[in-house]
Design a binder for this molecule. Structure first.
Ligand SMILES: *[C@@H]1O[C@H](CO)[C@@H](O)[C@H](O)[C@H]1NC(C)=O
Ligand SMILES: *[C@@H]1O[C@H](CO)[C@@H](O)[C@H](O)[C@H]1NC(C)=O
Ligand SMILES: *[C@@H]1O[C@H](CO)[C@@H](O)[C@H](O)[C@H]1NC(C)=O
Ligand SMILES: *[C@@H]1O[C@H](CO)[C@@H](O)[C@H](O)[C@H]1NC(C)=O
Ligand SMILES: *[C@@H]1O[C@H](CO)[C@@H](O)[C@H](O)[C@H]1NC(C)=O
Length: 847
């Protein structure tokens, strides 16, 4: 009977409530499939719904004009209603109530408020607000849904503490994609110490934002200054709260805590009808709370991932090495000497500041006073500024315990420095210990010598009798003498040749006139590489093997050794020396010297800890380490390096063999262009060359170069375009055979571009971390670079400008060169193309 009355009531209610945004006592909202509240601007809707894949009924708020994953708030997430007999009503004292037909209550808003003549209204920011009817709209409401968020953070909604009322607003993830019940993960603010945002798994911290410094969270450098949204953080007597605002009101942005604990910022894309993720955390293994234990720094891309802060050593080296478990952290090498006041500070830049839960903070102190405050407190272990919003470092926070959860940021030197207190003896030796090198030096190196080493001089082929140390010494002495002699002879010959040569090509002239390259002696290089031990071989370069080595002074080097067989290589070797000896740029690999001795020809380069780009990009595990920021930095670095080669160095240099394997990455993941074996150097106004010997790599060669041997800066631009598109997509351009559509990468991108679907090809492993406007710009610039006609392609200085602009302002690209398009009917020809594409390096003779 009671139920029938309710239903009748609901039916009559339907006629006015659909267009309304308010609910008053005595006029409940029933679950009849139609009744709802709609905010005045039409953006949000409140009513009953069932999540996809479930028949449970919930009262929630959702985006009215978005059909995908649109629920932003749920009232009765802990207790769904089984059937459709539920209703939402407002009691006379202002409490919201969800009950079913039998009067069972499923949810109530807080019961300790009492409002006379209440009404509840759904606002255009998705806030459901209870106030006295006709009450002051600017006063703090009696109850609001924004104070009890579900899993979603919307613009204007505050997360964190109201210190007056003690209210703590947190997001709690859904249990699963179909079950909104509170899951394992929560997101909120820890107000202890210097306040930070946290994602917790149960009660354990899982991710930490780092402290707010007035501009951004120390763990999210750059995010505060995004063009899309503006982040705000308030710490005062009244509240410790975070919120955000969208700069362009027509853009829909939200933060979501996913059931698996990922915190994502999403933007609604009208064209594709999808939520695009532009930032998410944790982004890499170093983002997960304190993976390295105290006093260690986590390097997202390096191995080992964890390294001790300078002045600290591993607490348990064995554990770290054998089990690969670095979580024990590090301890001081030398105890602090507080009473004698000899301690000092090591400044560690580019890091996420350590956990500040137990830090003391003073926002008005100067940095100088901060230092003194730290020195004056014997338990202080580090300090940093607490406020950057004034344009300089001010304010102070000090740590008085172990420094936990420090993450290194590649290429963001602007991140706030941490000043780590060290005892005087450790200050002097403030160098990063390199674990890889340490190992390389000790056991491996010895083992290596014992097992596989051979002497490279004449004595090398003679087996050395075991135990006959004397004999070996003699041989080495003789060979050294021989080497020395050979070297002198070589010097004489070279000097003589130099005098005698009168008819030389322009290039050689340019090369020899000021080639003051340091010369290494063979013994040094042999020792540094463990006598070219096979274990130290890094790979096979264009003209011979490349070895890793370490000089006595500790510098790590890469040694390119020309194989004696190669005559082809001799030219390339000379060419490389001539070209690269003249160049100095942070995005070009640096040549330290050469060694021409004892029939050996070697080039010595600085060692690049992270190897070549292709070993990251095309590896299904390692590619995850390259997030969008890093890829973008790599792209920019390559652009700058090329710009220097093409326009800014004294000569105009065409590289002619740009590809991912020729981009090396240093310890900070900065890209360096390498391998100048095929580079062409022009003096004066010359801009275009022509060769009968077309050399390069398939997939990267421009049409005019591959077919007619014509090369210019524009053929490098083409290769760069391919390279950039590979970086964005994580796919090889020559990998056509892998594609179901029998298209190469350029073809695939071009088809998707024409259909406005190009974002679909972005590498899965960065899809969650990339701002779509920036990616779109990069793809468009990439397409402009690979256009068929060289005159349509931009030069590198334009490329740099274009990368900084909005994609809609760029010209429309024309069809790329060398598009392999799918032709299902013509299996034979595609077969032929595929087999060509399989060759990674092809050298064609003649035309
Ligand atoms: C209401 O109560 C009746 C009798 O106890 C029961 O059979 C029915 O399932 C209940 N309805 C709901 C929606 O709980
Ligand atoms: C308001 O009304 C509800 C339901 O009638 C009741 O449970 C609650 O205690 C009341 N609250 C106050 C403050 O009176
Ligand atoms: C905290 O809550 C109280 C009422 O519960 C309210 O009056 C006050 O304005 C709130 N403070 C802030 C900063 O929101
Ligand atoms: C202070 O220095 C003296 C001599 O340099 C040393 O013997 C003493 O141990 C130091 N004090 C502390 C607390 O380390
Ligand atoms: C050092 O600083 C910590 C944190 O502010 C404080 O708890 C402690 O009392 C201080 N110790 C001394 C000796 O001042």
């Amino acid at each position: 009977m009671r139920r029938i009355i309710f239903l009748l009531f609901g039916a009559s209610l339907f006629s006015f409530s659909t267009a309304d945004d308010t609910l008053t006592p005595g006029r409940p909202l029933t679950d009849d499939g139609e009744a709802s509240l709609i905010s005045a601007g039409g953006k949000f809707q409140l009513g009953f719904f069932s999540p996809a894949g479930s028949s449970n009924r919930y009262v929630g708020i959702w985006f009215r004009n978005i059909s995908v994953d649109s629920v932003v708030w749920i009232a009765n997430r802990r207790r769904p209603i089984a059937g459709t007999s539920g209703s939402l009503s407002l009691t006379a004292n202002g409490t919201l109530l969800i009950a079913d037909g039998n009067g069972t209550v499923y949810w109530t808003s807080s019961t300790d408020i009492a409002v006379a003549n209440p009404s509840v209204q759904l606002l255009d920011d998705a806030n459901l607000v209870v106030r006295e009817a006709g009450g002051d709209r600017n006063s703090y409401p009696a109850w609001q849904s924004h104070d009890f968020p579900t899993n979603m953070h919307l613009p204007g909604m505050k997360i964190g503490w109201n210190l007056t009322s003690g209210l703590n607003r947190q997001l709690t993830a859904w249990t699963s994609a179909t079950d909104p019940a509170p899951g394992n993960y929560t997101f909120g603010i820890e107000k202890q110490g210097n306040a930070q945002e946290f994602v917790w798994q149960g009660t354990q911290p899982r991710w930490r934002s780092g402290p707010w410094n007035g501009l951004y969270f120390s763990g999210l450098p750059g995010i505060g200054s995004e063009s899309l949204v503006r982040y705000e953080f308030a710490v005062d007597e009244q509240e410790v709260a975070a919120w955000f605002a969208v700069n362009n009101p027509s853009v829909i942005v939200r933060g979501v805590l996913m059931p698996d604990g990922l915190l994502r910022s999403e933007v609604w894309m009208e064209e594709t009808q999808t939520w695009s993720v532009w930032v998410y955390v944790p982004m890499d293994p170093c983002d997960v709370f304190s993976p390295c234990g105290p006093n260690a720094v986590c390097y997202p891309n390096a191995w080992p991932m964890c390294r001790c802060l300078p002045g600290f050593r591993l607490r348990n080296p064995r554990n770290w090495d054998v089990n690969g478990n670095p979580s024990d952290g590090c301890v001081r090498k030398t105890p602090l000497d507080c009473r004698n006041a000899t301690d000092g500070f090591f400044q560690q830049s580019s890091v996420k500041l350590p956990d500040t839960t137990a830090s003391a903070v003073n926002r008005s102190m100067s940095l100088e006073d901060c230092r003194n405050w730290c020195l004056g407190n014997c338990s202080c272990t580090a300090y940093a500024s607490a406020n950057l919003s004034t344009g300089s470092e001010s304010g102070c926070m000090i740590w008085t315990s172990g420094l936990a959860d420090i993450k290194f940021f590649y290429g963001s030197s602007s991140a706030q420095p941490l000043h780590v207190r060290l005892a005087a003896p450790d200050l002097a030796a403030g160098q990063w210990p390199n674990l890889k090198t340490a190992r390389f030096n000790s056991e491996n190196h010895k083992l290596c010598r014992r097992l596989t080493c051979r002497l490279i001089s004449a004595a090398a082929t003679e087996p050395v009798e075991s135990g006959q140390r004397r004999m070996r010494t003699i041989i080495i002495t003789i060979s050294c003498a021989a080497v020395l002699f050979l070297f002198c002879a070589a010097c004489c010959v070279w000097a003589a040749k130099k005098k005698e040569k009168k008819h030389r090509s322009d290039e050689e002239e340019v090369a020899e006139e000021n080639l003051d390259l340091p010369v290494f002696d063979l013994g040094t290089i042999a020792e540094a590489t463990g006598n070219f031990c096979i274990d130290n071989k890094l790979g096979e370069g264009g003209f011979g093997p490349v070895y890793k080595g370490k000089l006595k002074e500790g510098q790590e080097i890469a040694v390119k050794r020309l194989s004696k067989m190669s005559t082809q290589g001799t030219d390339e070797f000379k060419n490389e020396v001539m070209v690269i000896a003249k160049l100095q740029h942070r995005n070009l690999v640096r040549l330290l010297g050469c060694c021409i001795q004892g029939g050996e020809r070697m080039l010595i380069y600085e060692y690049m800890l992270n190897g070549s780009l292709d070993t990251f990009l095309f590896d299904k595990d390692r590619c995850r380490l390259l997030d969008w920021r890093m890829r973008y930095n790599i792209i920019l670095g390559i652009v700058r390096g090329l710009l220097y080669l093409h326009h800014d160095s004294r000569y105009r240099i065409i590289h002619r063999d740009l590809k991912t394997s020729n981009i090396l990455l240093d310890k900070d993941m900065n890209p360096k262009i390498s391998d100048f074996g095929m580079a062409k150097l022009f003096g004066g106004d010359e801009t275009t060359g022509n060769t009968k010997r077309v050399a390069g790599t398939y997939g990267y060669m421009s049409p005019e170069y591959a077919m007619n041997g014509i090369f210019s800066v524009k053929s490098d631009v083409f290769s760069f375009g391919v390279l950039m598109l590979e970086i964005i997509t994580g796919k090889k351009n020559n990998g056509a055979y892998q594609s179901v559509h029998h298209q190469n990468l350029l073809g695939e991108i071009w088809s998707l571009w024409k259909e406005n679907r190009v974002l679909e090809i972005v590498d899965d492993s960065i899809h969650h971390s990339c701002p779509f406007d920036e990616v779109l710009t990069c793809i468009k610039v990439g397409l402009l670079c690979v256009q068929e006609r060289s005159e349509d392609r931009p030069i590198m200085s334009s490329v740099l400008q274009m990368l900084g602009s909005n994609s809609s302002l760029l010209p429309e690209p024309k069809q790329p060169g060398f598009v392999v398009t799918g032709n299902q009917n013509d299996n034979d020809s595609s077969g032929a193309l595929l087999s060509i594409n399989r060759l990674s390096v092809t050298i064609l003779e003649g035309r």
